[in-house]
Ligand binder design. Structure first.
Ligand code: NBP
Length: 473
């Protein structure tokens, strides 16, 4: 019997995806550059389903039923190109190559166009949820042609996470749309994590709670509107005691956050698209700041307020409100980027469907995502999530607390770039007038860059070096 699907690249992700397909009753061809991994997979997990191990690329392709569905799970970048070049010549028109790695969407667009010329569907697919998700049900964001989704979709929906019986997989849009949405998903994840970190820092240094007490606060939050995987694991991490020293685990870990790059891509792409994602950018920068040990050591003696924990335990409720409001902003910015990318590349992405497929499997899975789906269902043309009725009401109710939390942080010298940046974005969007008018005046002064007037149409320049009359240009 031929295999319905094949997976090449059997490191943690590929191996678990292959097992997931097999556990769902699909015959899975498996292949890896180093054959030992293929053999090990079949030896260890062969009883979970039907695997067809292949030692060679030819053998792997021959094991697949047509049209062939071949999933690549190798290191993103040059390895992906090498594997595509290895397999594409062996395929026939109508076959599909699914790249489940963390590719940059621009690479996916390039690969899709090149393979389309050869009649092969290239399906750049965002897969979120890490190792565990790959095995038990990830969130799956496939791009590529709608035609490819007809044959591929049912298999992907089979192995995806389910929430209320609905699979966390859907066709995102053509060519690089899937990897684009996965990228923004990761950017939002960075922002969410940063906001949670700031909440912890404030509870610790402004309210004087211990990590164990803060774990309890997060556990309580996880029963309310903030209920999410990230809040849940935050409580777990904070409650953990280092077995070596007996101290809170969070106090023995080096405070230097690392990153693999998808958050950075989200911000770089946002800059190219002209989308203000300062909440996500602050999160990327916060990780970056944490890693600059030299600057941090040099700056340690700079003056600032003593971190006197002068807020009581009731401060936690204000922090919860600031966290929820800032989170709404981060998601609003991420969805703005998705909509801008969709418009730029003609992808026609349904933003509500993205929130729906993030409800399970992935790292940012949360109760809150239903609200986003509802918001876009109520108004598909929604300009910003902030003005959706539910979110606008929540922001309105939270904004006093949000300001007080940011003011407290500033007063005590606790850095909260996420909370403060999100609040500044909120205030910028709601401002009747922005000082951008002054910026335009300066630009016209030094560079004759011209300006528009609020009171009449046309493009104008003031003769700053002369008699300062205004000319229409
Ligand atoms: P890695 O990213 O560590 O890649 C290892 C795999 O790539 C091995 O199978 C290796 O074969 C293969 N490979 C390499 Br490296 N160069 C190759 C080449 N030139 N030709 C053929 N095969 C090559 O694996 P991973 O951690 O399982 O991740 C797989 C993909 O999934 C990556 O793109 C990663 O970014 C993404 N990922 C996603 C998540 C998530 O949560 N969504 C988590 C982790 C990873 P070998 O065995 O012969 O060396």
């Amino acid at each position: 019997d031929k295999a319905q699907i094949g997976v090449t690249g059997l490191a943690v992700m590929g191996r678990n995806l292959a097992r997931n397909f097999a556990r769902h009753g699909h015959t899975v061809a498996v292949h890896n550059r180093t054959t030992a991994k293929t053999t090990a997979l079949v030896e260890e997990f062969g009883d979970e389903g039907t695997f067809v191990p292949a030692e060679t690329a030819e053998g792997f392709v021959a094991a697949l039923e047509r049209p062939r569905r071949l999933v690549i799970m190798v290191k993103a970048g040059a390895a992906t190109d090498a594997v595509i070049e290895e397999f594409a010549p062996l395929l026939e028109p109508g076959d599909m190559i699914v790249d489940g790695g963390n590719a940059h969407f621009a690479d996916t667009r390039r690969r899709e166009a090149a393979l389309r010329e050869r009649g092969i569907h290239f399906v750049g697919t965002g897969i979120s949820g890490g190792e565990e998700g790959a095995l038990h049900g990830p969130s799956i964001m496939p791009g590529g042609s709608a035609e490819s989704y007809e044959t591929l979709g049912p298999l992907l929906e089979d192995i995806a996470a389910k929430v209320d019986g609905v699979p966390c997989a859907t066709h995102v849009g053509p060519d690089g749309a899937g990897h684009f949405v996965k990228m923004v998903h990761n950017g939002i994840e960075y922002a969410d994590m940063q906001l949670i970190a700031e909440a912890y820092d404030l509870l610790r240094h402004a309210a004087g709670l211990t990590p164990a007490e803060i774990a309890e606060v997060f556990r309580t939050w996880n029963t309310g509107r903030l209920e999410s995987y990230l809040i849940e694991i935050t409580a777990e991490v904070l409650a953990h005691t280092d077995p070596v020293t007996g101290r809170p685990f969070v106090d023995v870990v080096l405070d230097r956050a690392e990153q693999k790059g998808t958050g950075r891509w989200t911000v770089q792409t946002a800059l190219d698209l002209g989308v203000p994602v300062n909440g996500i950018a602050e999160a990327v920068f916060a990780r970056s700041v944490s890693g600059h040990a030299d600057q941090r050591a040099a700056a340690r003696a700079l003056p600032g307020p003593a971190r006197r924990a002068d807020r009581g335990a009731d401060f936690a409720d204000l922090v919860e409100q600031a966290l929820y409001a800032s989170k709404i902003v981060a998601y609003a910015q991420g969805f703005h980027e998705i909509q801008a990318g969709s418009a730029e590349y003609g992808w026609d992405i349904d933003p509500g469907a993205m929130a729906r497929i993030w409800r399970g499997g992935c790292i940012i899975r949360a109760r809150f995502l239903d609200r986003i789906t509802d918001a876009y269902r109520a108004d598909p043309g929604l300009a910003t999530l902030l003005t959706d009725e539910h979110f606008a009401t929540a922001l309105g109710a939270a904004q006093d607390a949000w300001r007080e939390v940011v003011a407290t942080a500033v007063r005590l010298g606790v850095p909260t770039p996420g909370f403060a940046g999100a609040l500044a974005y909120y205030d910028s969007l709601r401002a009747e007038r922005l000082p951008a008018a002054l910026t335009q005046g300066q630009r016209d002064f030094f560079g004759a860059h011209t300006y528009h007037r609020a009171d009449r149409a046309g493009t104008f320049h003031t003769l700053w070096g002369g008699d300062r009359t205004e000319v229409e240009v």
